[in-house]
Design a protein around this ligand. Structure first.
Ligand code: BTN
Length: 246
């Protein structure tokens, strides 16, 4: 069940999330977005039960019915500024909304993983199709420790595990949408400074894949395009895609 009243009461955005489609159950909200290529800018697709969620780099995204936030927002490419830092700015909006709504300080792992106590609680998958960017957001909200499969609990967590308080998905959803609409209009410098302040691994040793090998380096920050700056053998290199491991 989705409580539209709670969602609407909390929604303060002008455009984002005003056009809204709810699915009780669906394979992937990002894939569903691809069937809506005449949607209005800011159209939101939400489900309480995503059964075949997709993560970055062809991974699967695991979610639990009624306990995960799984949704996609469709952005018309002609309507947005800050396109080049969309992944980073989305994570900034999520972290800001969580802080405002429930006073929890999340961190970010490059480029857009949402971290809490060094474990991942959320991620962002941005896809491009036709004239849209499809911004898919997945967050672990009300999961308990024993609800993660196998070894996932070593690297993943949820807001509930930290707070021991159940959250209304509709409330947090509306607050993320509000914050996303505000953040996307902010100037780049402001967004990138916020991102850096929340970075989980600034000046720390990290690993990443380079030319097919897992190599080590030190995470030095990000450039104006949101690329990772990594020190390796006394040189600074830019990484624009992939993942880092802490
Ligand atoms: C990641 O790998 O960190 C990104 C995960 C993104 C998952 C979200 S859930 C809603 C949307 N629909 C999908 O199939 N994936 C994204």
């Amino acid at each position: 069940m989705f409580d539209h009243k709670i969602y609407e009461e909390n929604l303060k955005s002008k455009v984002f999330g005003r056009s809204f489609k709810y699915f009780k159950k669906i394979k992937s909200t990002n894939d569903e977005a691809k069937n809506n290529l005449n949607a209005v800018h800011g159209h939101l697709i939400f489900t309480n039960n995503q059964t075949d969620g997709k993560g970055r780099r062809n991974n699967k995204w695991f979610s639990l019915p009624n306990k995960s936030l799984t949704f996609s927002i469709m952005l018309n490419k002609n309507e947005i500024i800050n396109k080049d830092i969309l992944p980073l700015l989305t994570s900034v909006a999520i972290v800001k909304a969580i802080k405002k709504k429930i006073n929890i300080n999340c961190k970010i792992k490059w480029p857009n993983d949402i971290m809490l106590n060094d474990k991942k609680i959320g991620g962002v998958l941005i896809e491009s199709k036709s004239n849209y960017y499809i911004v898919g957001i997945g967050l672990n909200i009300n999961h308990r420790e024993n609800e993660f499969n196998g070894d996932i609990s070593k690297i993943a967590s949820s807001i509930y595990i930290h707070t021991k308080t159940k959250l209304k998905l509709e409330k947090l959803l509306a607050n993320i949408v509000n914050e996303f609409e505000l953040t996307i209009k902010k100037d780049k410098k402001n967004i990138l400074e916020f991102w850096l302040d929340k970075c989980n691994h600034l000046n720390k040793s990290i690993k990443f894949h380079r030319k097919g090998k897992l190599v080590s380096g030190k995470f030095m920050g990000i450039n104006k395009n949101g690329e990772a700056l990594i020190k390796m053998n006394k040189k600074i290199i830019n990484i624009s895609s992939g993942a880092i491991y802490t």
